[in-house]
Ligand binder design. Structure first.
Ligand code: MN3
Length: 199
């Protein structure tokens, strides 16, 4: 099995005004496509050929940096598209909200800390909600890294590479993170991933 670029689960202009058609065209058609193509070239002839994306990410970490970078970013983007939807944001589904309050204090505190993780990630990387040891936790990672290689299961991630927001927000990363949480997140999908991670 090689990597394939998934279709966006919505139209290119469906997330406007919070994420523009131009951003999605570049981000999906150029950046994500490049991770898929480069990843496939790097997979050839390695022990990871035929493995799932998750297995490639975990297996190549610390061993094959170039393959890991591209496999990690492929995994991250497959999910990033699904973590957003038109008219996203809003109230969290009950089970997810209850667990966030339990583990992180409140939904407001979770949002503040998530934004802080994204703003505090120096350079390129990601901000995360992940399940680790049965608890929801906030994480940040550099470049293509993700919670999978830190013994955790990601349930929400926000891409804070400049290619994700510079067209729409210029240097205002905090505004992008706020708009992501308030207007773009598909919390139902986050809850699904949360429930799977807790099994
Ligand atoms: Mn990206």
């Amino acid at each position: 099995m090689s990597f394939t670029l998934p279709e966006l689960p919505y139209a290119y202009d469906a997330l406007q005004p919070y994420m523009s058609r131009e951003t999605l065209e570049f981000h999906h058609d150029k950046h994500h496509a490049a991770y898929v193509n480069t990843g496939n070239n790097l997979l050839k002839g390695t022990e990871f050929e035929g493995k799932s994306v998750e297995e490639v990410v975990k297996g190549s970490y610390g061993k094959n940096q170039a393959l890991f970078n591209n496999a990690g970013q492929h995994y991250n983007h497959i999910h990033f598209w699904k973590w957003m939807k038109p008219n996203g944001g809003g109230a969290l589904p009950g089970k997810l909200e209850k667990k966030i309050v339990e583990d992180l204090g409140s939904v407001e505190k979770m949002k503040e800390d998530f934004i802080q993780a994204g703003v505090g990630q120096f350079g390129s990387g990601w901000a995360w909600l992940a399940v680790k040891d049965g608890k929801i936790t906030i994480m940040k990672t550099p470049n293509g890294e993700n919670p999978l290689v830190h013994g955790a299961q990601p349930i929400l991630g926000c891409d804070v590479w400049e290619h994700s927001y510079y067209i729409d927000y210029r240097n205002r990363r905090p505004d992008y993170l706020k708009a992501f949480l308030e207007n773009l997140v598909n919390w139902e999908h986050v809850e699904e991933m949360f429930e799977t991670a807790m099994k």
